[in-house]
Design a protein around this ligand. Structure first.
Ligand code: 2BA
Length: 109
């Protein structure tokens, strides 16, 4: 068994979770915050057999399209001399950052 942890945008989370559920995968949704943008994103955890990993990744890929977005980048370091000044930066949002971890033991008690 493997544990897939995927960081996805909030906007894509409902359609990904619905599709994973329709295909019979169990999903846990966690509210998370990106370290760069400091804005909310969604982390989903899916436990699945090794031979199902590509199916899960295909669903995530299909439902999480990348797009460009101008985002205010809060300068919390104070490097501008004015702490809290916002710069617009263009970032790619959407898509997914996916980790596949080995699961040593899986039990439902
Ligand atoms: P954030 O850290 O808020 O990053 C959001 C997006 O901002 C990133 O998308 C990337 O396009 C851009 N970005 C990040 N760091 C940057 C930098 N130093 N300079 C310029 N642009 C930068 P993704 O790479 O798709 O990442 C989306 C979210 O996935 C991240 O949100 C973070 O929550 C998570 N993530 C990405 N790589 C990770 C890693 N190696 N470990 C843990 N979480 C990760």
């Amino acid at each position: 068994m493997k544990l897939i942890m995927a960081i996805i945008s909030d906007e894509d989370s409902n359609s990904v979770i619905s599709e994973l559920g329709r295909q019979g995968f169990g999903v846990t949704k966690l509210c998370s915050t990106g370290g760069f943008l400091r804005s909310g994103n969604t982390t989903i955890m899916i436990g699945a057999d090794e031979d199902k990993i590509s199916e899960v990744i295909d669903i995530i890929k299909k439902k999480c399209k990348t797009r460009k977005k101008a985002m205010p980048n809060l300068d919390i370091s104070g490097s501008t001399g004015i702490t809290g000044m916002a710069f617009p930066v263009e970032v790619t949002v959407g898509g997914a950052t996916v980790f596949v971890l080995n699961v040593e033991q899986f039990e439902k008690l």
